[in-house]
Write a protein that binds this ligand. Structure first.
Ligand code: THG
Length: 374
């Protein structure tokens, strides 16, 4: 995440999995990758700030193949999908995507995927960066459920930014305009069809195309760039500045197994009082009486450019430690540092003055709501 500094490089191997789009991403001049679900995730093209301005004004195509699908298929698929999350799936429509926190038996966060049902008795769990295939296989095996749990050849390609509707309409037709937020339609491309959802890891609006079949990756990429020349379409990726401003949490950074969904501000996605069973239900019920003792917040950070947050930065108020920053960036639009962190209850009221120990020294900060500027 620091493509301007010449530092150690990343050794590639079969374990640092490529995606169906990697050759195109490289040809587009990618400057930095992260690794997510053991797979390449492009993070910087021109620069973090130039990519940010472009995303907010135009349209970008993102290789988010690393948002792998765990497919659950078979007569017990629905039972298993519900067992995995405290969110009640019974109201999920056939064309709906659900943001679904997943926890272990102690109520600790395991992942925060998007779940959808691309067909009868078939679920896709579109995972963040933890090995959910192994967890879900283990649960299915231990419960003797009649279903297959696999990682299918499905690679999401996101189209994000204010001109995403115009670009996608040129490739998939005007039908894309009528797709509502977190809903999907199956739309034709070449000799196949793709699930196209209005979703994505930015607050700029856009779509995610679940590319089923790696061989369609380059033809779809090329069709988007051929159609979008006059829209200023560029390759991009999840942008650290924009997603912190937008309050989108990153599993592994802003939350880990050490956190409950309530600490992560994901309590609204937990229907623990309903009668269905789910892993962690008793633990989450016990927590409900007390409420969380700390919770995720935005934090303004005064001063200039910030290094990436590669380990938690201590936050204090007066003499007391009161939490930690887990993601940070300098925001060109707000002309201040923006951060996401976990703040103790006594200090989590927006407006509270704090101090943040950055690697470059102490900075003044202020607790804020998420998203910033809302
Ligand atoms: N799209 C898909 N899969 C994904 C992600 C994605 N897997 C990994 C990661 N991102 C999972 N985490 C998130 C986090 C936030 C959102 C989606 C996935 C998100 N949240 C909206 C918000 O907070 O404004 C809306 C949530 C809601 O109201 O339902 O979009 O991005 N396919």
């Amino acid at each position: 995440m620091n493509p301007t500094a010449s530092g150690p490089l990343l050794t590639l191997s079969r374990r640092t999995r490529r995606t169906p789009f990697t050759d195109r991403v490289n040809a587009a001049g990618v400057k930095a990758y992260s690794i997510y679900n053991h797979m390449l995730l492009p993070t910087v093209f021109e620069s973090l700030e130039a990519d940010y301005h472009h995303l907010k004004r135009h349209v970008q195509v993102w290789d988010v193949a690393c948002e792998r699908q765990v497919e659950i298929r078979g007569p017990d698929a629905g039972r298993l999908a519900q067992w995995l999350t405290p969110r009640d799936l019974s109201s999920m429509a056939d064309d709906q995507c659900f943001y679904t926190p997943m926890v272990d038996e102690t109520g600790g966060m395991l992942n925060d995927p998007v779940t959808l049902r691309p067909g009868p008795d078939r679920y896709w769990v579109s995972i963040a960066d933890s090995d959910m295939l192994l967890w879900i296989k283990g649960v299915a095996t231990g419960m003797h459920l009649e279903c297959d749990v696999t990682e299918p050849d499905v690679s999401p390609l996101a189209v994000q930014g204010p001109k995403a509707d115009d670009l996608l309409a040129r490739v998939f037709g005007d039908e894309v305009r009528s797709i509502r937020f977190f809903r999907f339609k199956r739309l034709p491309f070449a000799d196949t069809t793709f699930v196209v959802a209005r979703s994505g890891y930015s607050k700029q609006g856009g779509f995610e195309i679940y590319v089923e079949g790696s061989s369609y990756g380059e033809p779809l990429w090329d069709a988007l760039f051929a159609a979008g020349g006059d829209l200023g379409v560029r390759a991009g990726g999840p942008n650290a500045i924009e997603r912190i401003e937008g309050g989108l949490l990153s599993y592994g950074s802003d939350m880990t197994r050490e956190n409950t969904p309530h600490e992560c501000g994901l309590g609204r996605f937990c229907d623990t009082r309903d009668s269905f069973g789910c892993i962690g239900r008793d633990a989450l019920l016990r927590m409900l009486s007390d409420g969380p003792s700390r919770q995720v917040r935005g934090i303004w950070i005064d001063g200039g450019p910030l290094p990436p947050c590669t380990e938690p930065w201590a936050v204090s108020a007066g003499d007391a430690y009161c939490g930690q920053v887990t993601s940070a960036a300098w925001s060109p639009d707000f002309e201040r540092g923006v951060a996401i962190g976990m703040i103790d209850a006594a200090y989590w009221t927006p407006g509270t003055a704090v101090r943040v120990q950055t690697p470059d020294g102490e900075r003044r900060g202020q607790v804020n709501t998420l998203p910033f500027g809302a």
